[in-house]
Each structure stands twice: as structure tokens, then as C-alpha cells.
Design a protein around this ligand. Structure first.
Ligand SMILES: O=C(O)C1=C[C@@H](OP(=O)(O)O)[C@@H](O)[C@H](O)C1
Ligand SMILES: C=C(OP(=O)(O)O)C(=O)O
Length: 437
């Protein structure tokens, strides 16, 4: 347990512009697709953070060559694709707490085969992976649990895919389906592979990111709604040459919420109306709450129109950015309810429990259920010391409680362990300070 903290002075106004770091979801997908593809790939504006660092280190351990180049216009990562054949048949891989690294890599290594172990931080060993392992092993791979069944660490041995149809549950994490889709071309060497989704599929926009990027690497996926996906045989990932990583739309949510809460305008640069990230739909929720949003091709801006309106909505499509709404709800004119967010419980921490505990510290009345949270704001937000549970989003969301501080001049909000933001946004607090006036 670290004793580091950051004290945020309350401020009345938020205004300015922030250049976003690269999207975590796009960065880790592109890294793996580049590694698996034929040819060299240049990745522009890759996210530099803990989650991408574990993916880059894993690729290096697997024998994938990459190098980083600093240019006048930014960072370029050059990755030499291995066309589906990994140079190292044995490796021990540390995955931190990166779902976007461990889930797709597990699928890739299980299908390629070898002798691989994957492990992470203690919380990673509590995050489910059983639905993915079940789907893979039922089709012929050889993945074993070395700790608790259903969770990392994993030991992957040589197996052989014999099935033409795989079936995966979609109601715990969409990353399991993402992982299978990414390796489908490796399984579809001689015959088509169909992946069926059993039951409900959550977090659907992340599947759209996956399909979009798979297409950019030259593979076509036939889609039957959200029920099944087929890859025809003989398709190989091809380098797109240069690929650009958009700014992170989930990271954008904190700044846009700041603009919506405390005057604005606050502009984020690097993501805009043509984004492939579902989390840009976060702005729809802010608009429902009464904020004014304007968007360009590569920027989004938010400003407030007085007190925010309470919201009652389903947030299944934007589980990460929804956390920002839970904190923005402190500034609303009544009780807000965020529904259909059960996946919060199996992420960096149990986010429903953590959110409820910390919102109560600042005076909110909070009701939590298995898949919802209901927030009634206090008359005045109370100064508090916020715990962050090694969850980057808890730290980033709760920076917002320092805003709109006209009524609480001179009070300070303390955020414990602020460095946990390094999972996706190492420079977060400096960026936040630049708009908190
Ligand atoms: O595929 C992705 O890039 C992600 C999918 C989502 O997870 P779930 O599908 O588990 O909700 C999201 O919360 C996570 O931060 C990133
Ligand atoms: C859930 C998250 O991460 P992961 O990719 O590890 O699932 C997140 O970033 O909010």
C-alpha cells in the first residue's frame, strides 16, 4: 500500500484544451495485429502507459522485433510482423492488469501453441478468463490454470484446433469475443471458422473496434448480427503500412465532464466525430445532462449551461466512461441511476462498490445493486480523502470533485495513490491541472 497522494485545490472553473494520449483499446489491438501480420507496420501515436508496456514487453519476449522512433511529429513504433509464426516457443509473460493484453494474447498463444505462462498483478488473478479458456479448450487448445480455475495465471501448452465452430459467453467481458475474433484467421487456415456468442453480449462497441481494426489488417469477418462471426479460410493479416492511433475516448471523458460541470469550454484533441471508439458516445450522456457538445473531425468540446440534469440510463455500451457520469452525477439537480453495469464488478476493482464508498465520502447518498448504482448528490460536496483501489479510472473520475468549488473555496480534495493512472494515462494530473482554473 502506497502512502502517496495528490491534493487538488477546489476551483470554480474549467477551461482549456488537452491533447489526448492514444487509445488503449486501439493500441493493444494494433500491436498484436501488427505482430501477427505479414510485413512491417508503423504505428503512430501509440499509447505509452502500463497497459501497452506489458504488451510491448510480451511481444519482445515472444521474439517479435519492434523499435521506437522519436520524430518531429511524434513517436512511431516499427513492428516486424511474424506472419503468425512466433520465433520463441517458450516464454513467461507478465501482463500487469491489462485485460486488453492478457485476453487476446492468451487466445493467440493457445492457437499458435508452445509453452507459455501468463500472469499479472494480484487483481489480474481475480479477473475472470474462464469463458475464453473454455471456448478455446473446447475447440482443441491446451490451456491450464496454475492458480484458481477460471482465472490467471495460465499455462499454455501445445494443442490443436479441431473445431470449425467455437462458442463463447459474452456477458462477463466482450474481450473474450475480441480475443477469438483476432485469432480467427490463424484458426481458419484450411476451413472457415465460426464464432458464436452464447447469450447476451456486453460492451458491444468494443467488438466494433476489433472488427474495424481486423479489416484494416486485410481480413474480412462475416457478421450475423451479434450472434455469430465467420472468417473464411486462407486470409492472412497484411500490414496496412502506417496506422494511426486515435486519442483515447475514455480518457476524454474526464475533461469533457469538467467542461460540462464547471463552465468550459474544455476541448479534447485527438478524437472526434469519426472515431471508431464507442466511448465517444459518452457525449450523448453529457448532452442529456444538459451540456453543450460540439465536435470536429479530430476534437470534441464541452461547456455547461448551468446545473446538470439528473440522468437515468443504460450504460452497458460505455462501461468505462460511465464511471465519469457517476461522479458528474454529484453536480446534478436530482438522483441519477446508471443501469446495466454489472461488468464494473470484475474490472480493476469492484467498481460499483468502490464508487459507492467514495461517493459517500463526499456526502452523496448512494444505492448500489448487482448491476446498477444510484447517486443522490449532497447540497455541498464535502472535502474528503479518496481511495483509488489501484484503479486508474477511480483516480481520474474523482479529480472532478475538485471542480465547481465556488461554494467550498479553500477546501482540498485528496486523491490517494494518484500514480495508478499510469495504467492508461501517466500524465493525467498534469493535464487536469491545465484546465482546472
Ligand atoms: O476491448 C476493450 O478494449 C475493452 C473492453 C471493455 O471491457 P469489457 O468488455 O470487459 O466490458 C472495457 O471496459 C475495457 O477497458 C477495454
Ligand atoms: C476495464 C479496463 O481495463 P482492461 O482493459 O484491463 O479491462 C479499463 O481500462 O477501464
Amino acid at each position: 500500500m502506497t502512502h502517496e497522494y495528490i491534493d487538488l485545490a477546489t476551483v470554480a472553473h474549467a477551461e482549456g484544451a488537452v491533447r489526448l494520449p492514444g487509445s488503449k483499446s486501439i493500441s493493444n489491438r494494433v500491436l498484436l495485429l501488427a505482430a501477427l501480420s505479414q510485413g512491417d507496420v508503423q504505428i503512430v501515436d501509440l499509447l505509452a502507459s502500463d497497459d501497452t508496456a506489458v504488451m510491448l514487453a510480451a511481444l519482445r519476449s515472444l521474439g517479435v522485433e519492434w523499435r521506437e522512433e522519436q520524430t518531429a511529429s511524434g513517436t512511431i513504433h516499427h513492428v516486424k510482423g511474424v506472419a503468425g509464426v512466433l520465433p520463441n516457443a517458450q516464454a513467461d509473460l507478465f501482463m500487469g492488469n491489462a485485460g486488453t493484453a492478457i485476453r487476446p494474447l492468451t487466445a493467440a498463444l493457445a492457437v499458435i501453441g508452445g509453452d507459455y505462462t501468463l500472469h499479472g498483478v494480484p487483481r489480474m488473478h481475480e479477473r475472470p478468463i474462464g469463458d475464453l479458456v473454455d471456448a478455446l479448450n473446447a475447440a482443441g487448445t491446451n490451456v491450464e490454470y496454475t492458480g484458481n480455475p477460471g482465472f490467471p495465471p495460465l499455462h499454455i501448452k501445445q494443442g490443436k484446433i479441431h473445431a470449425r465452430r467455437l462458442s463463447v459467453r459474452g456477458n462477463v467481458s466482450s474481450q473474450f469475443l475480441t480475443a477469438l475474433l483476432m485469432v480467427a484467421p490463424l484458426m481458419a487456415r484450411e476451413h472457415a471458422i465460426t464464432i458464436e456468442v452464447e447469450g447476451e453480449l456486453i460492451s458491444k462497441p468494443y467488438i466494433e473496434i476489433t472488427l474495424n481494426l481486423i479489416r484494416r489488417f486485410g481480413v474480412q469477418v462475416e457478421q450475423d448480427g451479434w450472434a455469430s462471426f465467420t472468417v473464411q479460410p486462407g486470409q492472412v493479416y497484411q500490414s496496412p503500412g502506417v496506422i494511426h492511433v486515435e486519442g483515447d475516448a475514455s480518457s476524454a471523458s474526464y475533461f469533457l465532464a469538467a467542461g460540462a460541470i464547471a463552465g468550459g469550454p474544455v476541448r479534447v484533441e485527438g478524437v472526434g466525430k469519426d472515431s471508431i471508439q464507442g466511448d465517444v458516445r459518452f457525449v450523448g450522456a453529457l448532452e442529456q445532462m444538459g451540456a453543450t457538445i460540439t465536435m470536429g473531425d479530430n476534437w470534441i468540446e464541452a461547456r455547461s449551461n448551468g446545473v446538470l440534469k439528473a440522468i437515468d440510463a443504460d450504460f452497458n455500451h460505455i462501461p468505462d466512461a460511465a464511471m465519469t457520469i457517476a461522479v458528474a452525477a454529484l453536480y446534478a439537480d436530482g438522483t441519477s441511476t446508471l443501469r446495466n453495469i454489472a461488468s464494473w464488478r470484475v474490472k480493476e476493482t469492484d467498481r460499483i462498490a468502490a464508487m459507492a464508498t467514495e461517493l459517500r465520502k463526499v456526502g452523496a447518498i448512494v444505492e448500489e445493486g448487482p448491476d446498477y448504482i444510484r447517486v443522490t448528490p449532497p447540497a455541498v460536496i464535502a472535502p474528503a480523502t479518496i481511495d483509488t483501489y489501484d484503479d486508474h479510472r477511480m483516480a481520474m473520475c474523482f479529480s472532478l470533485v475538485s471542480l465547481d468549488g465556488a461554494a467550498r473555496k479553500g477546501s482540498v480534495m485528496r486523491i490517494n495513490d494518484p500514480k495508478c493512472v499510469a495504467k492508461t494515462f501517466p500524465e493525467y494530473f498534469a493535464a487536469f491541472a491545465s484546465i482546472a482554473k
